[in-house]
Design a protein around this ligand. Structure first.
Ligand SMILES: Nc1nc2c(c(=O)[nH]1)N[C@H]1C(S)=C(S)[C@@H](COP(=O)(O)OP(=O)(O)OC[C@H]3O[C@@H](n4cnc5c(=O)[nH]c(N)nc54)[C@H](O)[C@@H]3O)O[C@H]1N2
Ligand SMILES: Nc1nc2c(c(=O)[nH]1)N[C@H]1C(S)=C(S)[C@@H](COP(=O)(O)OP(=O)(O)OC[C@H]3O[C@@H](n4cnc5c(=O)[nH]c(N)nc54)[C@H](O)[C@@H]3O)O[C@H]1N2
Ligand SMILES: [Mo]
Length: 582
């Protein structure tokens, strides 16, 4: 993010594009309500009438999968209405003429049939955003990134911020509001296949020399080859390029697309290691399970979406055979010939992060004590941290100028057809978390909503198929068929059904297409073709759904008990934790 999350409250305009904070980030959603109370204009661009659309000044119900057509048109409207900031373009960007050659084609009139947005509304929104004072922020989420043209759309968003001069000043710019509490931190610490900690590229010999020295290894030991991305792992196994997979804190058999195919691929591995805090469906396929402690049992740091380092501490000691993730990694490393002997997470933070990344140097554990937090860059111990990046239009390039990129729009990979006439879009709901290993093991949350979950269906699509509220239905695609319950919902658009991806029985990822873009390798989770149908025998269907779920819970709890000797009481309760008497 170029700005800070608290700073959103002081922006003059917030444009939420493919991002649903009320469900995904309720704390950010509160800030958006506060911004509105302080006078900010709110624009929402989402095919669904999300909660924030209720307080929006302009709601743009664009068609699913048309982001890049929309963004190019929005940019076109800014320029053709004369709302662009010529001075900012001249002084702080490169490439306007080439960018315009593409964007010029996307007039609101020409793209209306694709995006579904009336030209007048498009122009009104462009004006609201580009003329907002003192600043505007464009926030986006998975509605942008889990699409075929994700990277191109992010380029388009960055260009829109630049040509409008809505970046380079406080509380402005681009806000990719990220997923889990530490997605940003995973990137900061180098958990990506092309970088060391602090975004230092492994392809740079200088960076390799620096890290080789810090780790006391010969520089030849550090590979300069960019590694594989996790969403390609299945096909890499099939191609014989991957034989071993060490999977830590991820449940791909629930959360990656086309899970039936992925399961067949994972079963071909020579060795499959899973490190988790609960028994998951993925752990069931593992050769070795390494049980780890949970957030309540270990300590460390998180980085929030706005580059903010925060510390957290343990409330409970580890139970049973569970060990801290860092301790497991350290032990493995030592046994594989590279000894590590850190005593605690502070030593790791100081040696692996602060000492090797100057932008983090000033964030000592002492300064992060209690509710203390610091946003990088924070280069020295007396530096206050950096809420806003690129102030004065100074960008992270040798010439200090931003690059403008534009690309032409393409349709999603799998368009609806006669046999699969509906779009399946997969999203989040507030009561459950991602693969549901955590929230699914929480009794209170299980009472609020239970298997086999829900598909949100527009009343017109439901009516045509004789589907009523709470009916059990089949959802099928080219890849599979699952049972779920219908939620008739007039907030979702006709022609698209919305499912959340945490249900183990009503598992939408048995249906989703495995199509990834070549740059980020992010699956196109927001767009697959599907069909739905009511199940004739609802009594049978209720029993089938319930029995499938009971069987799954018993399998998971039974395996946890067999592997780690959890108590019989725990097995009976269907909780599948590793740690003693959970
Ligand atoms: N309770 C809860 N909170 C969570 C999570 C959870 O599982 N449960 N998961 C966390 C994680 S990992 C993440 S990444 C974040 C994600 O948080 P969000 O980014 O908010 O995620 P989604 O709900 O998947 O998608 C956002 C919106 O994109 C819209 N959308 C779909 N297709 C399109 C399109 O073609 N164009 C546009 N413009 N919009 C579209 C959807 O209708 C949806 O409202 O949430 C985090 N927070
Ligand atoms: N169809 C569809 N699929 C999606 C998405 C979508 O929108 N639609 N969203 C995608 C997105 S954005 C994301 S981020 C992924 C998330 O997918 P995953 O990363 O697979 O799911 P999570 O539930 O976030 O957590 C994974 C595992 O981490 C374990 N865990 C929790 N804490 C710890 C810990 O401290 N140590 C260890 N070792 N393990 C721990 C949990 O028990 C859980 O089994 O799902 C993706 N899948
Ligand atoms: Mo995520």
């Amino acid at each position: 993010m170029s700005c800070s999350i608290p700073g959103l409250e002081d922006a003059g305009c917030l444009f939420l594009f493919g991002y649903n904070p009320n469900t995904s980030h309720p704390v950010v959603a509160r800030r958006i309500v506060k911004a509105k109370e302080k006078g900010a204009r709110i624009i929402v661009g989402d095919p669904r009438f999300i909660e924030t659309a209720r307080i929006a000044n302009i709601y743009l119900p664009l068609n699913n999968g048309t982001n890049l057509a929309f963004l190019n048109t929005f940019a076109n409207a800014i320029v053709t209405e004369g709302l662009h900031d010529q001075q900012f373009i001249d002084n702080h960007t490169v490439g306007f003429d080439d960018w315009w050659k593409i964007v010029e084609q996307y007039t609101p009139e020409r793209t209306e049939a694709v995006t579904g947005i009336a030209p007048q509304l498009m122009r009104e929104a462009a004006r609201m955003y580009a003329t907002a004072k003192p600043s505007a922020v464009l926030c986006w989420g998975m509605g942008v990134t889990q699409q075929k043209q994700n990277v191109e759309s992010v380029h388009a968003i960055a260009a829109i911020a630049c040509i409008s001069g809505q970046i380079g000043k406080p509380n402005s710019g681009v806000a990719p509001v990220r997923g889990q509490n530490n997605v940003q931190g995973s990137c900061d610490t180098g958990c990506l296949p092309h970088i060391f900690p602090g975004y230092q590229p492994i392809t740079s010999l200088e960076a390799r020399e620096k890290f080789a020295k810090a780790w006391s290894v010969p520089v030849e030991k550090l590979s300069g080859h960019v590694g594989y991305k996790v969403s390609n792992i299945g096909s890499l196994i099939e191609e014989g390029k991957v034989h071993a997979f060490y999977n830590m804190g991820e449940d791909p058999l629930q959360t990656e697309p086309d899970t039936n195919k992925l399961e067949r691929q994972l079963r071909q591995l020579d060795i499959f290691i899973c490190q988790d805090i609960f028994m998951t469906q993925t752990c069931l396929a593992a050769d070795v399970i390494l049980p780890a402690t949970s957030w309540g049992e270990h300590e460390g740091t998180f980085s929030a979406s706005d580059r903010r380092f925060q510390r957290f501490s343990a409330a409970l000691p580890p139970k049973g055979e569970c060990r801290h993730d860092w301790d497991i990694i350290q032990d493995l490393s030592t046994r594989m010939g590279h000894p590590m002997s850190y005593q605690n997470t502070e030593e790791i933070w100081d040696n692996e992060m602060r000492a090797l990344w100057e932008r983090a140097y000033g964030a000592s554990y002492e300064r992060l004590e209690g509710l203390g937090s610091l946003q990088w860059p924070v280069p020295s111990l007396d530096h206050p941290g950096t809420p806003d990046l690129h102030l004065g239009g100074n960008f992270n390039k040798p010439d200090g100028r931003a690059r403008l990129y534009a690309s032409d729009f393409e349709q999603p990979t799998e368009m609806p057809c006669e046999q699969y006439p509906l779009i399946l879009c997969t999203v989040r709901e507030v009561g459950h978390y991602s693969c549901r290993s955590m929230t699914g093991n929480c009794r209170a949350l299980s009472k609020l909503a239970e298997e086999p979950g829900y598909a949100h269906v527009n009343p017109v699509d439901a009516g045509r198929r004789g589907i009523k509220q709470d009916d059990l239905i089949w959802v099928f695609s080219r890849r599979g068929k699952i049972i779920t319950r219908a939620e008739i919902d007039s907030r979702v658009n006709e022609g698209t059904i919305y499912m959340t991806y945490q249900w183990w029985i009503g598992k939408c990822n048995e249906l989703t297409i495995h199509a990834v873009d070549d740059k980020a390798a992010t699956p196109e989770d927001k767009y697959s073709a599907c069909q739905i149908e009511v199940i004739d025998d609802q009594v049978w269907a209720e029993r089938y759904a319930m029995e499938s779920y009971m069987k799954m819970k018993e399998l998971l709890a039974g395996e946890a008990a067999a592997q780690f000797g959890s108590t019989a009481a725990q097995k009976d309760s269907g909780l599948n934790s590793f740690g003693g008497s959970a």
